[in-house]
Design a protein around this ligand. Structure first.
Ligand code: 6PG
Length: 469
């Protein structure tokens, strides 16, 4: 009897996704590559799961491919970049027309589009599948963002519907985003928002620790309280949990962790994409930059500035600061999501993908890392208001005051708050009735003869002559 689906790649994501498929009643073939250690890993995985009757491990690629029912569906979960090309190159000679390869790693969306085009010459369908939720999500139900060969959209959506997370009404958090690289594009946007949310949360932690001088367990409790407020979400709850993890000696693990944050690159991809398409994704970019700066050799803690947090702390209303931080996280989460949607709309239009933001939000409803009630707030207004209107409706004067208060507090206590500050600057620019861009236009004209438009006559470029109009 042939198997329903193949998984190629048995890292933590591949292993758990395989078990999830088996759990939903599928017969699953797994393969992990030709190298000895990979073969052993595959063997151990299947040995460890002998009670799992419909999981079949293979160490021979031909046997693996021929174990699958036709037209075949093979999900590859390997490191993005060359490894994906290598696996595709191994599979293609063994596959038939109408078989489908599904790349469920964090590939760049442009790579997905070009792989799809190459594979279409062989009659092989290709899907870019963004999966969010980490290894636990892969096992219990991830959020799934699909895109690629339209011919198999229904079949592939049906497959992933079974293993994906479900929303409160039982609907799968698995959506078809569009053709070509649309699925991986949405996963990239997800990850950019993930970076921004993580950075804002980290900034709040920094203020709670260094200005309010709270202990890790007190901060953990605050995050746990916040998880019952309007910023409730996966990352808020995860933060509360990680702050309470103890080291072997009973001390808090967080205090022993080196303060350098790394990245695999998807945050950087969205920053570049925003710049390429002329869309301001400043909160996301600041979060990416913060990671770069954390590992920069320019960091030097022997500076001449004195942190006056102690003196300021004595005069602070602690409860008010905690409330202001809650509002700041709300503002920043909202802003990074709106920046992400702005980029989705721009790229979707340019690529003719016609991505529905409602579908994106439906996929992000559960199972993903950026699951948050803030998304529900935006979603409720999306079909009635513009993005700018949603911002000002949700960030009322009280929330704005809180944000200003926290950014000011950060400056006074010499604590960098790049994502929170970027949120404030973005919002102020959006709502300002005039920006100093008129001066920039005249500067450009003055030295570069680039032209400028006059109020009352937009669309007509004017020039200075000998420094005068
Ligand atoms: C998810 C995550 C997951 C992971 C990425 C980004 O949605 O489950 O986004 O894909 O976090 O690998 O990790 P970096 O922080 O290393 O870029």
């Amino acid at each position: 009897m042939l198997n329903d689906v193949g998984i190629y790649g048995l890292g933590s994501m591949g292993r758990n996704l395989s078990l999830n498929f088996v759990d939903k009643g599928f017969r699953v073939s797994v393969y992990n590559g030709l190298e000895t250690d990979k073969k052993q890993n595959a063997q151990k995985f299947t040995d460890d799961n002998t009670s799992t009757k419909t999981l079949y491990g293979f160490t021979n690629l031909n046997e693996y491919v021929f174990s699958l029912t036709k037209p075949r569906m093979i999900i590859i979960i390997v490191t993005a970049g060359e490894p994906v090309n290598d696996v595709i190159a191994q599979l293609v000679p063994l596959l038939d027309r109408n078989d489908t390869i599904i790349d469920a790693g964090n590939s760049h969306y442009a790579d997905t589009t070009s792989r799809l085009q190459k594979l279409s010459k062989y009659g092989i369908y290709f899907i870019g599948c963004g999966i969010s939720g980490g290894w636990k999500g892969a096992l219990h139900g991830p959020s799934v963002m699909l895109g690629g060969s339209a011919e198999v959209s229904e079949k592939v959506t049906e497959l992933f519907d079974k293993v994906s997370a479900k929303d409160e009404h039982g609907h799968p958090c698995c959506k078809w985003m569009g053709n070509e690289g649309a699925g991986h594009f949405i996963k990239m946007i997800h990850n950019g928002i993930e970076y921004a949310m993580m950075q804002t949360i980290a900034e709040a932690y920094d203020i709670l620790k260094k200005v309010l001088r709270l202990s890790n367990s007190e901060i953990s409790l605050i995050f746990s309280d916040w998880n019952r407020e309007e910023i409730s979400g996966y990352l808020i709850s995860a933060t509360s949990n990680v702050l309470s993890i103890k080291d072997e000696d009973g001390s808090c693990l967080i205090d022993h962790v080196i303060d350098k944050s790394l990245q695999k690159g998807t945050g950087k991809d969205i920053a570049i994409c925003g710049l390429d398409y002329g869309v301001n994704v400043s909160v996301i970019i600041e979060a990416v930059n913060a990671r770069f700066l954390s590992v920069s050799e320019l960091r030097n803690n022997n500076n001449q500035y004195t942190n006056n947090a102690n003196a300021i702390n004595d005069k602070l209303d602690h409860e008010a600061v905690v409330n202001n931080l809650l509002d700041t996280i709300y503002c920043s989460h909202l802003t990074s999501i709106i920046q992400g949607i702005d980029l989705i709309q721009k790229v979707s239009g340019a690529q003719s993908w016609d991505i529905s933001v409602d579908k994106v939000f439906a996929a992000w409803k559960n199972g993903c890392i950026i699951k948050t009630d803030v998304i529900n707030d935006i979603s409720a207004l999306l079909n009635e208001y513009t993005l700018a209107e949603i911002m000002v409706r949700r960030i009322d004067v009280t929330r704005l005051d809180s944000l200003v208060g926290i950014v000011t507090l950060g400056a006074k206590t010499l604590i960098p708050l790049p994502a929170s500050s970027a949120t404030l600057n973005y919002l102020l620019a959006i709502v300002s009735n005039s920006l100093p861009s008129n001066l920039i236009q005249l500067q450009r004209e003055y030295f570069g003869f680039h032209g400028f438009e006059l109020k009352g006559n937009p669309g007509t470029l004017r020039h200075l002559k000998d420094g005068i109009l």
